[in-house]
Design a protein around this ligand. Structure first.
Ligand code: FAD
Ligand code: AMP
Length: 478
């Protein structure tokens, strides 16, 4: 007899594993299918995020930042170091331990919450049945009242730079370089390219970023993108815009990358190349031909705002559906779907999904950019506060960047918070909390902020919206 569950989730990334835990918490008999195996051949839960994404990249960003700071930022505090060394194997080993701890943690959470963890490949058949092919090839049919597809995404390959995971790597290979490459090319100046490029640049690589678009960080507020470009250039990241990679040739331990820009065809020789040109949804062998689930023109599973697919009772969440490819977006979609299965009216607020780039300076935002609001014809007031005027940032010797608060000129409602600088991700989250409750710039201005904190920069930027900042000269008169 086949197993039957209230909910079957395919994929145990931050979308799928969170949905499965929530479903079990709400009393639903739940199974989660995952096929990913670690280097030891063991089932590893947590998806891209825990295994080869958010967490390992942040582990390397933190290690490399400590090294960079020790080398370049300690002297100002009166600290001198001699013979600073970086043990790459130890850094990669630390990262692996963090990944192991967290993926193992998901397995423990499944046990603690009563989620049945099934290892293998899941495929949706017609009639909400799921075919599970185990690692040994055995096939089992599982029945479900509700199926949640959470199969995630994988790196996009481009024919001009085929990944061999040695000389030309994708984001996964870039987390495992055995040594610091002397000359490193990053194709694509998106979030992943900038973060991984930063890791190796801090450790000593000469990094060149080749980006096809003319505009740097087009999704960010223009003022933030401009500041970021300037600062990254100062750090030694050579970011070439309008540079489209058209070919590459591996010669032993080197690779010649060809790109075209406004001056024609160019060639540069590198030791390693990271291809970071985006990610695409994973739907390979996920849907039987008669499953009834529609795919949109870009290859994503088609869903509405409630993550319902074209088949009643079948949902899809996370990177495999439209929207930002972010772990927190995936998780919250999972929660929304499960709560709706239980009859709640939960609706994720897609307008307030924060974005973060974990470079230094850190970049984060929530809500709309000034250029988008202007294009939409919304009149706005803008308040900015530079970290150069923040006592806390000065004490930390980390004064680059600013906080920018954008509010509706008529209602004063905050429509966007954009931060480049120390603690950006955490500051933007404060803005997001306020915005979820419809805060005005005046509301934030009237609150008491601890002194000295980086958060005071958010306070002052909100005050500046209406010309009331204390620690800078206001652009706008009251
Ligand atoms: P995934 O995490 O991709 O998980 C899908 C899972 O489904 C995988 O484990 C896969 O093996 C499994 N699967 C697929 N098909 C099947 C099948 N048929 N049967 C069984 N199992 C299947 N996001 C952030 O929010 N913050 C960050 O800082 C951040 N940093 C990143 C850094 C890097 C280098 C990368 C690559 C990504 C980063 N992301 C970050 C993006 C984030 O990892 C993804 O948005 C997130 O993992 C998506 O979650 P998901 O559950 O939709 O899919
Ligand atoms: P993201 O999707 O945010 O991860 O960013 C990927 C970036 O890669 C985008 O900004 C693309 O413009 C860029 N890109 C895609 N193909 C190429 C290419 N052949 N050469 C250079 N940049 C590219």
């Amino acid at each position: 007899m086949s197993q039957k569950f209230d909910v079957v989730v395919i994929g145990a990334g931050p979308g799928g594993y969170v949905a499965a835990i929530k479903a079990a918490q709400l009393g639903l008999k739940t199974a989660c299918i995952e096929k990913y195996q670690d280097k030891e051949g063991k089932l590893a839960l947590g998806g891209t995020c825990l295994n080869v994404g958010c967490i390992p990249s942040k582990a390397l960003l933190d290690s490399s930042w400590k090294f960079y700071e020790a080398k370049n930022g300690f002297a100002v505090h009166g600290i001198s170091t001699s013979e600073l060394k970086m043990d790459i194997a130890a850094m990669i080993g630390r990262k692996a331990q963090i990944v192991k701890g967290l993926t193992g943690g998901v397995a423990s959470l499944f046990k603690a919450n009563g989620v049945t963890s099934l290892q293998g490949h899941g495929k949706l058949l017609a009639g909400k049945k799921v075919e599970l092919t185990g690692v040994d090839g055995t096939v089992e049919i599982i029945e479900a009242d509700h199926v949640i597809l959470a199969s995630g995404s994988r790196p996009i390959d481009i024919p001009p730079a085929p990944v061999d995971q040695k000389t030309i790597v994708d984001s996964t290979g870039a987390l495992e370089f055995p040594a610091v490459p002397e000359r490193l090319c990053v194709i694509g100046a998106g979030v992943i390219g900038l973060e991984l490029g930063s890791v190796w640049a801090r450790l000593g690589s000469k990094v060149t970023v080749l980006e096809a678009l003319e505009k740097f960080l087009p999704a960010a507020d223009e003022a933030v993108a401009k500041e970021a470009h300037k600062t990254f250039a100062k750090q030694g990241l050579d970011i070439k815009l309008g540079a489209r990679v058209t070919g590459s040739k591996v010669n032993g331990d080197e690779v010649v990358v060809t790109y075209t820009d406004k001056d024609g065809e160019q060639n540069i020789t590198f030791d390693r190349v990271i291809v970071a040109v985006g990610r695409r949804p994973v739907t390979t062998d996920l849907l039987a031909s008669d499953s009834g689930v529609d795919i949109d023109e870009r290859g994503f599973i088609f869903v509405n705002d409630q993550c319902e697919t074209s088949v009643p009772g079948v949902y899809a969440i996370g990177d495999v559906v439209r929207g930002l490819m972010l772990a927190h977006k995936a998780s919250e979609e999972g929660i929304m779907v499960v709560e709706r299965i239980k009859g709640h009216k939960t609706q994720l607020n897609y307008d307030l999904v924060p974005s973060v780039i974990y470079t230094h300076p850190e970049i984060a935002w929530v809500g709309k950019t000034e250029q988008t609001l202007k294009a939409e014809g919304v009149e706005v007031n803008v308040g900015s506060f530079p970290f150069a005027a923040s006592g806390r940032a000065m004490a930390a010797n980390d004064t680059g960047g600013f906080v920018k608060v954008i509010a509706d000129a008529k209602t004063d409602r905050v429509l966007g918070v954009h931060v480049i600088g120390p603690g950006a991700a955490e500051l933007v989250q404060q803005g997001a909390i306020g915005m979820e409750f419809g805060t005005s710039a005046e509301d934030i201005g009237m609150m008491v902020f601890s002194h000295p904190t980086l958060s005071e920069a958010l306070h002052e930027a909100a005050l500046a919206v209406n010309g009331g900042a204390i620690h800078i000269q206001n652009k706008k008169k009251r």
